[in-house]
Design a protein around this ligand. Structure first.
Ligand SMILES: [Zn+2]
Length: 229
């Protein structure tokens, strides 16, 4: 092999290396869809998730569960996890102690009575967490899901377009991340097949909150029975 041929071969080998790169490490992630259930939003989302064979977490608002109990039940029956997202979606910081406690307890009771299993996780409206919220939630025998990393799609912001939702949801994703969406976002529904494909390309696997918690903390003893949420 002369120098020229060697150079060509070397460049070829380098470009192969860069083209393929090192395989990305496996990343376990959870998708959460906030603020349902509403039949018109949840039904196409459930259809899409079934087609994609992805289970997620729906964080449901107690009042909306009361309005659409069959939809809450359909989410549960499809194998998704349901988290308690409060009774009325009030800002936790605006509530006095009694009202905060009611927001947590009423949603818990409503979801449990509707789907037949009590949520394990509280997912605070506006992601407002402080010591008072933590202790109120603990007294209701719930845990706040506190992800290792939260990826916010910003699909709640109507000035954020579909391309930006895709970018936000698929950038900087690490093992243990939770990716936040809203059940009602039409842009999210439209982008979801592409988002799932890109996350799969990044070697992501999809888990519920409970599955992700168990995977990240395998030494933690199980808190619930087989079909607890
Ligand atoms: Zn919310």
């Amino acid at each position: 092999m002369n120098v020229r041929m060697f150079t060509i071969a070397l460049l070829g080998a380098l470009s192969m290396t860069f083209a393929h790169g090192a395989p990305e490490a496996a990343k376990r992630v959870a998708l959460v869809f906030d603020d349902g259930p509403r039949p018109a939003d949840a039904e196409p989302l459930l259809t899409l998730l079934a087609r994609e064979k992805v289970t997620v977490t729906f964080s449901l608002v107690g009042l909306r569960v009361a309005e659409s109990p069959a939809t809450a039940k359909a989410i549960f029956v499809a194998g998704h996890e349901i988290a308690n997202h409060s009774q009325t979606h009030a800002h936790p910081r605006d509530l006095d102690d009694q009202a905060l406690q009611s927001e947590v307890a009423n949603a818990q009771q409503k979801i449990a009575a509707t789907v037949g299993a009590a949520p394990k996780w509280y997912w605070p409206p506006f992601l407002e967490v402080d010591a008072r919220v933590r202790s109120t939630v603990a007294r209701a025998s719930l845990k706040i899901y506190e992800p290792k990393l939260l990826i916010v799609s910003k699909d709640y912001d109507l000035s954020v377009n579909a391309d930006a939702i895709f970018r936000n949801a698929t950038t900087g994703v690490q093992d243990g991340a939770v990716i936040l969406f809203h059940e009602w976002s039409k842009e999210t529904l439209a982008q979801l097949p592409a988002i799932l494909a890109e996350l799969r390309r990044q070697n992501c696997t999809f888990h519920t909150f409970s599955e992700l918690d168990a995977a990240l903390h395998p030494q933690t003893p199980s808190l619930g029975e087989s079909r607890s949420m």
